[in-house]
Write a protein that binds this ligand. Structure first.
Ligand SMILES: Cc1cc2nc3c(=O)[nH]c(=O)nc-3n(C[C@H](O)[C@H](O)[C@H](O)COP(=O)(O)OP(=O)(O)OC[C@H]3O[C@@H](n4cnc5c(N)ncnc54)[C@H](O)[C@@H]3O)c2cc1C
Length: 620
């Protein structure tokens, strides 16, 4: 068989959510890129929950939109149910969640990637990598060798993937896929701290066999904003459908508890650690022996797809136990199963060996992103893919790296957590991980991250959108802040504000928006209408929120600025590892993470207060 050798500036391994974002931004920078991905795994496929967004994750998707990512657009093209989560709670924790048609998402993702001008899709399996003379040599199946200046690995749950379904064990990254070697066998130069994580998925049920009439219906919310800036007008691309809510009961949990010794997670068959915040039904049954009532969200997997995804009951129990516990749930009595639930164990990278750019500290030009970095979720994977792809491109172009921080984005929070903290379980984003969550809202994403996107110097539709958004926002913010009204003005009567006697004689529009008994979004929307301003619903919301919480946000900004100043203080980690005033253990931890700021040092697990005191004393 003849041997083929090709050369690219960047090679991305894996066409999952991380890989798709990586190649998308590389293409925007016109970097010659190859995407190598397994032949039988559709690009952008969703092996688990058919949804994008959720608490903390919806923010990441909007952050990707502001930075020029593709997940928001693909989600809107394939969205079949939209909801705003935490609507009754504070603005800082409200997030968008979109149910996607999983087949359409993968179709759109595949055709988007295959049509990228600078990206060549190569179906094959990466078997090994070596590096010499600053060039990576990648050995791909079918006798192909590819040379690359930079490599981004986004192999998801595939490296050393092992599947469990009761006593049945097989090898692969997910059901029906081929087995892939362990990380250490693919690249011997990687310092491999052999961690194994685990995730799982529930059975898929045929739609016709499920009785949704006994469940609570959750229709799509037409007022929830689309994810992409190009669709903020609110028009949906596909027909909108409902999800449903049912519950487990004492019988369901009894089947699971009675079969504990047959559970791979509890009988020692699975060694990998699962996500605390995404537990299987076995976890719930054994950890909370007194609780039998757990939510099960019944989610359509697509418009033409004839299955439901029952969220909340992922399981790797044997199929006969799955049959029994599923049929005990209201509405599932006669359910027929298209695919039984299973768990997958896989290798994860020790992310403390990565920089904030997601480049390896040990092997220059090698980046890691996605589930392989020990995160769980499509959005976390996509956020990392974007950062790795952008940094590979910026490095090749000799530009400043892209490092997001804890104060400007959830993506920044996630990556800072990944590279500074030692983790022994899958990482999932949620709003409590961010210190500055009142500022990391979905509504302010274009003013928050738009300037960073513009700094890339690209000229795509998102760049035009952001420039226009920032200009209009600035002038309208001035209007809202300075516009003076009198309570006898025609505006007030046209706004039909009741309890007008509660208002002062004269006030700024911003003051009016702060009145607790008024809905600021509604008042501002009507004000703009009355004055004939053409303002998008999305921007009205941001302006109203900024005006209403101005004082509060400003105080937080001031407090944060002080903390950021302390956190951003540069430190010389090389000097610290020689310091006699720092314990041996702390020096070892510092050597591993190589923190360059006081904040990064502070977040390393196991760093003692005495060490921080020594460093603070030297730094200030
Ligand atoms: C069974 C299961 C259950 C899950 N449950 C959950 C859950 O409950 N909650 C949750 O948030 N997330 C869950 N996930 C995780 C979710 O799938 C990931 O978060 C997301 O898909 C990660 O994206 P990624 O791009 O990192 O990897 P993936 O989407 O897994 O993509 C990896 C890509 O790498 C390619 N690849 C792998 N090895 C090679 C190689 N050697 N050569 C070439 N190509 C290669 C594959 O073809 C694939 O395209 C689950 C995943 C599985 C498989």
């Amino acid at each position: 068989m003849f041997h083929v050798e090709q050369k690219y500036s960047v090679v991305v391994i894996g066409g999952g959510h991380a890989g798709v974002e990586a190649v998308s931004i590389l293409d925007q920078f016109s970097i010659a890129t190859a995407l190598i991905t397994l032949p039988n795994v559709p690009i952008g496929s969703a092996p688990c929950n058919p949804s994008v967004g959720g608490v903390g994750k919806g923010q990441v998707v909007r952050e990707l939109d502001a930075l020029g990512g593709i997940m928001p657009y693909l989600s809107d093209l394939s969205g079949i149910q939209y909801r705003t989560l935490n609507e009754s709670k504070g603005l800082a924790v409200q997030s968008t969640r979109v149910q996607i048609d999983k087949d359409k998402y993968a179709e759109f993702a595949g055709s988007y990637v295959r049509n990228l001008k600078h990206v060549k899709v190569i179906e094959g399996r990466l078997n090994s990598i070596s590096k010499s003379d600053n060039l990576f040599k990648l050995h791909i199946s079918e006798n192909v060798t590819i040379l690359a200046e930079k490599v981004i690995i986004t192999a998801g749950t595939f490296l050393g993937g092992k599947l469990h379904q009761g006593e049945q064990v097989s090898f692969g990254g997910r059901v029906g896929t081929e087995a892939v070697s362990h990380l250490k066998d693919i690249f011997s130069e990687i310092k491999y701290n052999p961690k194994r994580f685990k995730t799982g998925t529930p059975a898929r049920l045929f739609k016709g066999s499920v009785d949704t009439s006994v469940m609570i219906e959750q229709p799509s919310d037409s007022s929830t904003f689309n994810f992409s800036h190009s669709r903020l007008d609110g028009a949906r691309n596909l027909l909108q459908v409902s999800c449903y809510l049912t519950r487990t009961n004492a019988n369901t949990l009894k089947f699971i508890r009675d079969n504990k010794e047959r559970s791979p997670m509890y009988n020692g068959q699975i060694n990998g650690v699962g996500a605390r915040y995404c537990p299987s039904i076995e976890d719930k049954a054994y950890r909370y022996p007194d609780k039998n009532d757990h939510h099960v969200f019944v989610e359509p997997e697509g418009l033409d797809c004839n299955t439901y995804y029952p969220s909340g009951i992922s399981s790797s129990l044997p199929v006969d136990v799955q049959d029994s516990f599923l049929r005990s749930i209201s509405g599932f009595e006669n359910c027929e199963i298209q695919q039984y639930g299973y768990a997958v164990e896989y290798d994860v990278v020790d992310t403390q060996t990565l920089k904030h750019t997601l480049e390896s500290k040990d092997v220059q030009g090698l980046y890691f992103a996605g589930q392989l970095n020990g995160t769980s979720g499509y959005e976390e994977a996509a956020g990392q893919g974007f950062i790795a792809g952008a940094n590979a491109a910026l490095m090749l172009l000799g530009k400043e790296p892209l490092v997001l921080n804890r104060n400007n984005s959830y993506i920044g929070v996630m990556i800072d957590d990944l590279v500074t903290m030692n983790r022994d379980e899958p990482y999932r984003l949620f709003t409590a991980r961010a210190e500055n969550r009142l500022n990391l809202r979905e509504d302010n994403v274009y003013t928050r991250l738009g300037p960073i996107r513009l700094s890339f110097g690209l000229q795509n539709s998102i760049d035009i959108f952001i420039r226009e958004y920032l200009n209009q926002f600035d002038s309208l913010l001035k209007f809202v802040t300075h516009f003076q009204i009198n309570r006898h003005d025609q505006l007030i009567s046209e706004l039909a504000i009741e309890r007008i006697e509660n208002l002062p004689e004269t006030m700024k529009l911003a003051e009016l928006l702060k009145q607790s008994w008024l809905d600021p979004v509604d008042v501002l929307r009507r004000t703009f209408e009355i004055y004939g301003f053409d303002v998008s619903r999305f921007m009205v919301q941001q302006l109203a929120i900024e005006a209403k919480y101005f004082g509060y946000i400003q105080r937080l900004d001031e407090q944060n600025a002080k903390l950021v100043k302390i956190d951003n203080k540069k430190i010389q980690w090389e000097a610290l590892i020689d310091s006699k005033n720092i314990s041996f253990e702390c020096r070892q931890r510092i050597k591993k993470v190589q923190p360059t700021t006081f904040g990064q040092l502070k977040r390393i697990e196991g760093i003692r207060p005495a060490t921080l005191a020594v460093v603070a004393g030297d730094a200030y």
